[in-house]
Design a protein around this ligand. Structure first.
Ligand code: NAP
Length: 287
């Protein structure tokens, strides 16, 4: 599997480490371009392009990679929501496909489903007030994190009283229909998300703490395998069909990639074929 990574920060390097661990050829890595944007003439054509740079760079990086001839993308970068429609139309226009997710950790994907279920359970009980806390390293640029936004989106979608997030920098108590999201930027944390339900006599907390970026990278590689396993509809896809496939084959071990990773290491072959055929509805262009 020939790969290219946009972004040589923590996430780009974690994807590189996972690729080497799987026995795939060393990826091409492109960091911040000297001229402000990448020149398509200098971009290699590969099986899958991983985007792990910064939100404002996503549309330009994809444009250059598409112009070079690339057609399969895994977009791990966050904070590019404003360009989502543009990116989707660029992909469709080139017959290209991408899996995009603010968090590629299998644990986080299942955690998000747990959070949604918890919001469904506690929602009807007025005494249990939901809240969200996220903590990332001091240098993370976007806030709240893409994962926190996704967790909040899921809570708001099912909670009977919460309709919107508390506006940032506003004084005073939240309105009854507002969900409070607290953001901490300190130290080196690769990511902590806590969803709580607070009542007069008790607090219920669901907490996920990342120790490093390896789980994110493992999921990004699983998304690459899913993309190449069979033809996918052009456009943007979410992580859910990959999560379903990983759970179905029981790959919920340490690195999140399980037996297929082992196969790849010993045979040198791409493990794409190991993924079961996805639910045809799940492969529809997402969101
Ligand atoms: N989906 C997931 O599972 C997941 C997990 C972790 C992180 N993320 C996201 O992935 C992105 C990267 O995270 P990170 O922790 O690696 O951040 P980071 O350490 O800040 O690294 C970002 C890197 O991208 C470089 N860059 C800037 N513009 C670029 C361009 N046009 N082309 C290529 N590279 C460019 C930056 O260069 P400079 O050093 O010159 O600024 C920096 O080295 C963030 O959006 C983060 O939220 C997603």
């Amino acid at each position: 599997m020939e790969t290219l990574i946009f972004g040589a920060g923590g996430m780009g390097r974690a994807i590189e480490a996972a690729i080497l661990d799987r026995g795939w050829p060393a990826p091409h890595i492109l960091g911040r371009p000297a001229e402000g944007r990448h020149d398509s003439a200098t971009i290699p054509v590969v099986d899958v392009v991983f985007e792990a740079s910064l939100g404002p760079a996503v549309a330009a990086n994809l444009t250059a990679a598409l112009a070079a001839g690339n057609r399969a993308f895994v977009i791990a970068t966050t904070a590019w929501e404003a360009d989502r429609a543009l990116v989707a139309s660029l992909l469709v226009g080139h017959g290209a496909t991408a899996v995009a997710a603010p968090n590629f950790s299998l644990g986080v994907a299942l955690f998000a489903r747990l959070v949604e279920e918890a919001a469904r359970l506690f929602g009807p009980l007025e005494a249990y007030d939901p809240f969200l806390v996220e903590w990332h390293r001091r240098t993370k640029v976007d806030r709240p994190s893409g994962t926190a936004k996704e967790l909040a989106r899921r809570i708001l979608a099912v909670h009977p009283r919460k309709r919107r997030l508390v506006a940032p920098d506003r004084d005073g108590a939240p309105e009854p229909d507002e969900l409070d999201v607290a953001v901490v930027r300190a130290g080196a944390s690769p990511g902590m998300h806590l969803v709580g339900f607070d009542a007069p006599g008790e607090t219920i907390e669901l907490r996920l703490t990342a120790r490093d970026r390896s789980a994110y990278a493992a999921g990004a590689l699983a998304a690459a395998e899913w993309l190449l396993a069979e033809p996918r509809a052009p456009g943007l896809h979410g992580f859910d069909p990959i999560v379903d496939a990983l759970v179905a084959r029981g790959s919920v071990g340490g690195s999140g990639v399980g037996p297929a990773a082992e196969e790849t290491r010993t045979t040198g072959a791409v493990a794409a074929a190991a993924l079961p055929a996805p639910d045809p509805h799940a492969s529809e262009v997402a969101r």
